[in-house]
Design a protein around this ligand. Structure first.
Ligand code: F6R
Length: 250
């Protein structure tokens, strides 16, 4: 197994700038007739990357209209139009200001009925396959080691499915929702789905991520730390700021 590629930047702004350019360079180096296929994340971590992609569209005319996007996850159940849904987040932070075609941007739906969840998740996987698979996947890292909503205990072969959110994840979400309204579950691409991407960039910024970074990079590769499974993929870039990299050498 090749050792993971880890890049440490002075701060998250520098790191985000590098990731924004690195993903573009990768997708532009292998243009696909149907357009690039991106796997995207929500949360605070990718915001700097999204700001840069918006800037490139607005100031340099970067055309995102042919990109196909698949987001990692969504709260369930939750009205997709809810102001705190990941769908709303993506529209506001990236899709609208960077000129993506919304018809080509997929996010698991928090609005599907219980009896339709399994079918919805299977169709999500099928749509990724039909698009030709993920060319580039962006990930944030949970302080508990989760990627997407693949919480500790997740199977490395897992695919898109409904999951229970860990208590730590619900606590973090309580900053966005009223505490009693935090969804208990989510729909998420699986670890197997994420590992099927051709290239992966995982970003972690801030001291609250340092322990999870250390465990993921140096601990055992096991379900207790879902991000540790990224070490089984040969094309993953770990992109850290100094605060998240306190225990990382090099
Ligand atoms: C978001 C997601 C989560 C976050 C992670 C880090 O789509 O899948 O795994 O990436 O919880 O969240 P932030 O970036 O807010 O620290």
């Amino acid at each position: 197994m090749t050792p993971p590629s880890v890049r440490v930047f002075e701060d998250s702004a520098e790191a985000s700038h590098w990731v924004a350019a690195s993903v573009l360079e990768w997708i532009d180096s292998k243009p696909r007739p149907g357009g690039p296929v991106l796997g995207l994340a929500t949360g605070s971590t990718p915001l700097g990357v999204y700001r840069e992609w918006c800037r490139l569209h607005q100031q340099q005319g970067r055309d995102w209209s042919r990109a196909r996007c698949f987001n990692l996850d969504e709260y369930w159940p939750l009205d997709p139009g809810h102001r705190k849904s990941f769908r709303t987040f993506m529209r506001e932070q990236l899709f609208a200001p960077a000129g993506f075609d919304l018809a080509r941007c997929a996010i698991p739906s928090g609005g599907v009925a219980t009896e339709s969840v399994d079918r919805h998740c299977a169709e999500y996987e099928d749509a990724i396959q039909a698009a030709g698979g993920l060319d580039a996947q962006l990930l944030g890292l949970g302080p508990n080691g989760h990627i997407g909503f693949n919480e500790p205990g997740s199977d490395p072969a897992s695919r898109t499915r409904k999951v229970a959110l860990a208590a730590a994840t619900r606590e973090r979400a309580a900053e966005a929702f009223a505490p009693e309204q935090v969804p208990l579950q989510g729909l998420t691409m699986g670890i197997g789905t994420i590992l099927s991407a051709r290239r992966i960039w995982i970003l972690a910024f801030g001291a609250e991520k340092a322990a999870a970074v250390d465990t993921a990079l140096r601990g055992p590769i096991e379900a207790e730390c879902p991000a540790s499974f990224l070490r089984t993929h040969s094309q993953v870039e770990w992109v850290l700021d100094r605060a998240a990299a306190t225990t990382v050498r090099g």
